[in-house]
Design a protein. Structure first.
Length: 68
């Protein structure tokens, strides 16, 4: 009886350690990588939007110059 409880406790501690390792990997490895990728996507969106705005400005200037 005592050995069954001891083995059960051993496995529960092992599962707890695995769970803690999984949580720490999720917090310190996976989420920062996701946030870095999200930051890059935001930067790309901003630059694409800026390039689009510059292109629209050039088109507007070209249209204004042709109307004069």
């Amino acid at each position: 009886m005592y050995t069954k409880v001891k083995n059960c406790f051993k496995y529960s501690v092992l599962l707890l350690i695995v769970f803690i390792i999984f949580l720490s990997l999720n917090l310190f490895v996976i989420n920062p990588i996701k946030s870095i990728e999200a930051g890059r996507n935001i930067i790309y969106m901003i630059t694409e939007k800026d390039l689009l705005m510059v292109l629209i400005d050039y088109i507007n200037i070209f249209m204004i110059q042709n109307n004069k």
